[in-house]
Design a protein around this ligand. Structure first.
Ligand SMILES: Cc1ncc(COP(=O)(O)O)c(C=O)c1O
Length: 422
């Protein structure tokens, strides 16, 4: 399945009216390409389908998936919020959109980060633990501000791609367990007695790349139950709920019906919150917004036939622009966009880094001639944002393609590599 802006014509792929040969020549490789049509459609799906009758919806784009100023601009235009997990994220967001639209996460926020968040009045701080809550209370006093928070809890639901399990271990490094009564009592008593730190609601995020609805529904059920329990026990009205991200996408042959998942999720939530004080529900999609919109274009240099029989297709990037195959054995669809149907060879597509694990994708059947552009689909999430300078690789250029082409991040230059040492 191709991103919505791609079309096939005479054995070749085009994005909008542009051929990949043209993009390769004009912008160089490696090159991150975002298809605006796909991106906007994904945003529209959330706007259209995450809409309840009994609650206000708020989408928070999880910027860890892909953060550049242009994304902030697009998110602002849609009146969405944006999540941040570091001072660096907050800095980019503050320079690109209204920081009051930021939701600040992290299990180990530094004093510098918390000061920045309180002073700049970041929209919501998602508190990870009791100690952090005390620090926020102190900063609220110092800056004479009312700080809006959510508290991250761990509902013990572990979502896998095709199922979920309710774990008894509850040993996540994020948040506090919904079963830890001692710590919950300290947290809730803090909120009850502190008028400068407000608890809007609880937050949970149960995993990523979840392709079936059951885990989302279970999370909603457990979290609404838990919210009502806390509200009653501590006589503290709780009006909001944040159920995190994790909506899966198609990388190769996964079947995901996002519309169906969102519809079922909203129906369940409508039912669950109907007679409660919960009036607003947040979700935090990252991958499902940008994942399929983004792709990476490389140049293939040669097919190496090894003595052992394996054939490798070498490309001019790899784990420095996409660490996911090395990090979690992620698999991708790889195409030759200028020769879709030519005679194919079975290869492992590999990068140029000094690591055997520098794999782009294994067991790919592809037609190839020296210098052809090589296209990897669905690299839009956690590709650019996880890229590195390993082997002194230069961060690749990013373009957004519609009727026109916009460079939304320039390529790193050799001089940039020396900027820390001068
Ligand atoms: C708290 C939180 N929210 C949202 C997300 C986004 O998840 P995804 O990109 O799978 O939608 C993550 C990802 O790790 C997360 O940790």
């Amino acid at each position: 399945m191709l991103p919505r802006g791609l079309v096939e014509k005479n054995n070749e792929l085009y994005i909008n009216k542009y051929s990949f040969k043209e993009l390769q020549k004009e912008y160089g490789t490696p090159l991150y390409i975002y298809d605006k049509k796909e991106l906007m459609t994904n945003i529209d799906i959330f706007n259209q389908y995450f809409k309840g009758k009994n609650f206000e919806s708020q989408v928070v784009y999880a910027s860890k998936a892909f953060l550049v100023p242009k994304m902030c601009e697009i998110i602002s235009e849609h009146n969405w919020m944006i999540d941040a997990v570091s001072l660096g994220d907050l800095y980019i967001i503050d320079n690109s959109m209204d920081i009051k639209k930021a939701v600040f996460h992290g299990n180990n926020k530094s004093m510098e980060e918390l000061r920045f968040a309180v002073e700049k009045e970041v929209g919501i701080i998602v508190v990870d633990n009791y100690e952090e809550l005390i620090t926020i209370g102190m900063l609220a006093k110092e800056y004479k501000k009312v700080v809006k928070t959510m508290f991250r809890v761990n509902p013990g639901i572990e979502a896998h791609t095709h199922s979920y399990i309710q774990t008894s271990l509850l040993s996540s490094k994020f948040g506090e367990s919904i079963y830890d009564e001692e710590v919950l009592s300290k947290i809730m008593n803090f909120y009850v007695n502190n008028k400068q730190v407000e608890l809007l609601g609880f937050h949970s995020h149960i995993g990523s790349q979840i392709t079936e609805k059951d885990a989302f529904l279970k999370n909603a059920e457990v979290m609404v139950d838990f919210t009502l329990k806390m509200e009653k026990m501590y006589n503290y009205p709780i009006k909001e709920l944040n159920l995190g991200g994790g909506f899966g996408i198609t990388y190769t042959n996964e079947e995901v019906d996002l519309k169906e998942i969102l519809q079922a999720f909203v129906n369940k939530l409508d039912e669950l919150v109907a007679s409660t004080n919960i009036k607003k529900v947040y979700i935090e999609p990252g991958r499902s917004i940008v994942g399929r919109s983004g792709m990476t274009l490389y140049t293939g240099s040669m097919i190496k036939n090894t003595f052992g029989g394996k054939k490798y297709l070498f490309v001019d990037g790899g784990m420095t622009d996409n660490i996911r195959p090395a990090l979690y054995q992620a698999v991708y669809e790889v195409l030759n966009p200028v020769n879709l149907n030519g005679e194919k060879t079975l290869v492992d597509v590999v990068g140029k880094c000094c690591e055997s694990g520098d794999i782009v994708s294994k067991d790919i059947k592809i037609a190839f001639s020296k210098g052809d552009p090589i296209l990897v689909l669905s690299t839009g999430a956690y590709g650019y944002s996880m890229s590195s300078n390993y082997n002194s690789a230069l961060k690749a250029k990013v373009i957004l393609v519609d009727d026109n082409i916009e460079v939304i991040s320039r390529k790193e230059e050799l001089q940039d590599l020396m900027r820390l040492y001068k």
